[in-house]
Design a protein around this ligand. Structure first.
Ligand code: GLY
Ligand code: MN
Ligand code: MN
Length: 359
């Protein structure tokens, strides 16, 4: 990963003398990792003259392994006091921070302790992260491959009577055995009527004949996430399940076809959403069509009626329409794509063209 290139890109056009990141208790681990490769806690100060990492004794040895090229200052006491002393010593006047990544408390304290100006921009690092380089795409592709292989391994274990939580646990174990660092988010396994809740948390519900069984899953590998959804029918495909599955599949395919460089996030969302609306299910699809995936499972760009984004080659994006019928169940089909100049490369490859029976 070319961290130096990223740091230079961040400082280009930044209307400040320096950029400051705090990653304490995981508050901005992604910006820290993206700009340096460091996975510990601490602060990072970037200016035209320097890139300095400030961390404490818990992480100094780790820093020497992970970021041997960066000067490291050891914080011995209070982070905020010692970092502001550094800012003053360098005679910085305007220091930029991210309002989305820094807590109100930290910004207030910095303003109190530092004589100069603290300027908050929304999230300049996220703005860069939207465009992936080939190495990042390779990691996301590998995380996707691992997720798919793990789900295939689990299929034989799906039996009537097993609970959602047992399935989620088994899948997580398989992912970890296959080399995942961790799950990219709490795995969603939803059976029957529970599949009508888009961000359901697996519970004690046991699967039974006729259920829709939804898996919204992802693994994290080398820092990068995958995100995909597939839905199965337990033993038997009910007519209403088939109907909504085929509708969501058409919306998913229309959305994927619309992905290309230059398309707006609103336009792609509209194309898929219209398929569902025309079938009379407008009110059963409430969430956005998709989002970028990278170091975080949800990042820019967005595909939604509120999106301000235009797709560019090298962005990743999910296409995940759904139809959710309260009391019955829901279907979401989620693929992960990389935007290319004339279309896209679909990273997910598990079959989806018909509602497959399991159990
Ligand atoms: N896994 C959460 C989502 O698809 O957005
Ligand atoms: Mn998902
Ligand atoms: Mn998603």
């Amino acid at each position: 990963m070319n961290y130096e290139k990223r740091r230079t890109a961040l400082l280009t056009d930044l209307k400040a003398d320096a950029f400051l990141i705090f990653n304490l208790e995981g508050s901005d681990s992604v910006s820290m990792f993206y700009l340096t490769g460091f996975t510990g806690e601490g602060a990072l100060l970037l200016s035209a003259k320097e890139a300095s990492l400030m961390t404490d004794s818990r992480y100094t040895e780790q820093a020497s392994r992970e970021v041997p090229g960066l000067p490291v200052e050891e914080i011995k006491g209070d982070y905020l006091k010692e970092v502001t002393t550094m800012l003053k010593a360098r005679k910085l006047k305007r220091v930029a921070v991210s309002s989305k990544r820094m807590t109100y408390y930290v910004v207030e304290k910095l303003r109190e302790l530092f004589g100069g100006e603290i300027i908050a921009f929304e999230d300049p690092v996220m703005a860069l992260r939207r465009l992936k380089d080939p190495e990042e795409i390779a990691r996301i592709r590998e995380a996707t491959r691992l997720t798919e292989a793990s789900l295939i391994s689990l299929l034989g274990e799906i039996k009537i009577g097993i609970s959602e939580r047992e399935l989620a646990l088994r899948l997580e174990v398989i992912m970890r055995k296959n080399g995942a660092e961790k799950v990219a988010f709490d795995l969603i396994v939803a059976a029957g009527e529970n599949s009508a809740l888009p961000h359901y948390r697996p519970g004690t519900r046991r699967i039974k004949k006729g259920d829709l069984l939804l898996f919204d899953i992802g693994a994290q590998l080398d820092g990068y996430c995958s995100d995909m959804t597939r839905v199965f029918a337990v033993k038997e495909v009910l007519p209403q399940a088939r109907e909504i599955y085929e509708l969501v599949l058409r919306a998913n395919q229309a959305g994927i076809k619309a992905i290309r460089a230059g398309a707006s996030g609103v336009a792609v969302d509209t194309i898929a959403r219209d398929v569902i609306a025309q079938a009379g299910h407008k009110e059963h699809f409430g969430h956005g069509l998709g989002h970028g995936v990278g170091l975080e499972v949800h990042e820019g760009p967005r595909l939604s009626p509120l999106s301000k984004d235009t797709l560019q080659p090298g962005m990743t994006v999910t296409v995940e329409p759904g139809v959710y019928l309260p009391g019955f169940g829901g279907v979401r089909i989620e693929d992960l794509l990389v935007v290319t100049k004339n279309g896209s490369e679909v990273l997910t490859s598990l079959p989806k063209n018909r509602l497959i029976e399991v159990g």
